[in-house]
Every structure is written in C-alpha cells, then in structure tokens.
Design a protein around this ligand. Structure first.
Ligand SMILES: CC(C)(COP(=O)(O)OP(=O)(O)OC[C@H]1O[C@@H](n2cnc3c(N)ncnc32)[C@H](O)[C@@H]1OP(=O)(O)O)[C@@H](O)C(=O)NCCC(=O)NCCS
Length: 162
C-alpha cells in the first residue's frame, strides 16, 4: 500500500510554513507530545522532515531532529542511560488515523533511517513504533518512564541504534 505514496524529505527550514503547520497539527492530534512549545521550533530546525501527502493533505510525517541539551539530559535522567552525546533523534512520527496500519510509518522509517549512519535514538510507548524500530536495528535500553501529555500519560521506552 505504502509504495503508491511519494515520501518527500527536506530539512524543516526548507519546508513551507503551511506544511510545517500541518505536520505540527498532525503530531499534536496524535497526543504523543508533551512539549507543544518546543514542537514548532523543533520542526523548523529538524535536519529531516518527511511528509506523505494524499489529495493535497498531509497524511503522515516523521522527523530526524537534533535534540536540545536540556532534552537529552531529561531522557538520560529518565532512562538511566546517558544519551547526552547523541546528535540525532528519530521521532514525531504521526499518521492520520484513517491511514493507520497501511505501513506508512514503516515507509517513513525506511526512508529516513536507511543509510543514516549517525547514531540515533528514539523514545516511544507505541507498540507499532517499537516493532518498526526493532526492525531497523534499534534496541531497548534502560528503564521505562512516564511521559506523554498531562491528559494522556504514556509509558515511554528509550531505543538506541548505532
Ligand atoms: C504509531 C503510528 C505512527 C503507526 O503508524 P502506522 O502507519 O499505522 O504503522 P505501520 O502500518 O507501519 O505499522 C507497523 C507495524 O505495527 C503494527 N501496528 C500498527 N498499529 C499497531 C497497534 N496499535 N498495536 C500493535 N501493532 C500495531 C502494524 O500492524 C505493523 O505490523 P506488520 O508490519 O507486522 O504488519 C500511528 O499509529 C500513529 O500515528 N499513532 C499516533 C501517534 C503516535 O503515537 N506516534 C508515535 C510517537 S513515537
């Protein structure tokens, strides 16, 4: 199914602001993000922002971003694993609900991570993401912790690759 879609990858800054806003809205709708203020800045500074459009609408997105020091410190404290040397995080993966289980997140991970040689980490609590990341060579490290949003706390795990 996913092979019928074109995945376009640009740096966050090289996308137009309306696509970035659509990515922000899709990510916020997924309720997987606790820090809404950081989201917008992180999308703009992302080294890779992947987008799948269908009939003019953004239906799936994912990023590789350079994590801020304060965030790396928080993840290190939460997981018990020192990730402060990492320069890349794979995250903000969100697919419009209507399109779940069509392997779009898998296709985004393939596109962004195949051939990506910098050590990269991810944090997730979603079983689909854990499956996708394990297939890309990520391994679960450290302790789980409670994250997500205040409305919808989730148990997060740290996964490392490289
Ligand atoms: C998590 C999310 C991105 C997955 O996207 P998706 O395009 O539906 O994922 P895929 O279709 O590529 O699924 C990958 C695998 O996980 C499985 N899977 C999908 N949803 C699942 C679920 N809720 N529970 C268990 N397995 C699931 C799929 O069946 C597939 O398995 P297979 O390859 O063996 O057939 C999507 O559900 C989503 O946007 N959720 C809300 C946002 C979110 O939580 N993002 C994660 C932030 S890190």
């Amino acid at each position: 199914m996913s092979e019928q879609f074109e995945i376009v990858v640009r740096s966050g800054a090289n996308w137009d602001s309306s696509t970035r806003a659509s990515a922000r809205d899709l990510i916020l709708a997924s309720k997987a993000v606790s820090n809404r203020v950081a989201l917008e800045a992180n999308l703009e500074s992302a080294t890779h922002l992947a987008a799948i459009h269908f009939e003019g609408q953004l239906i799936a997105t994912a990023t590789i971003k350079r994590p801020q020091d304060s965030y790396l410190k928080r993840v290190s404290n939460s997981s018990g694993i020192d990730v402060r040397g990492f320069e890349a995080e794979f995250g903000y993966v969100a697919v419009k609900e209507k399109w779940w289980k069509h392997h779009l997140a898998t296709a985004l991970a393939d596109k962004l991570l195949d051939g990506f040689s910098t050590p990269v980490f991810a944090t997730t609590g979603h079983p689909a993401m854990k499956k996708i990341l394990a297939r890309k060579g990520f391994a679960h490290k450290g302790e789980n912790w409670i994250g997500g949003s205040e409305d919808e706390p989730i148990t997060l795990s740290l996964l490392l690759c490289g």
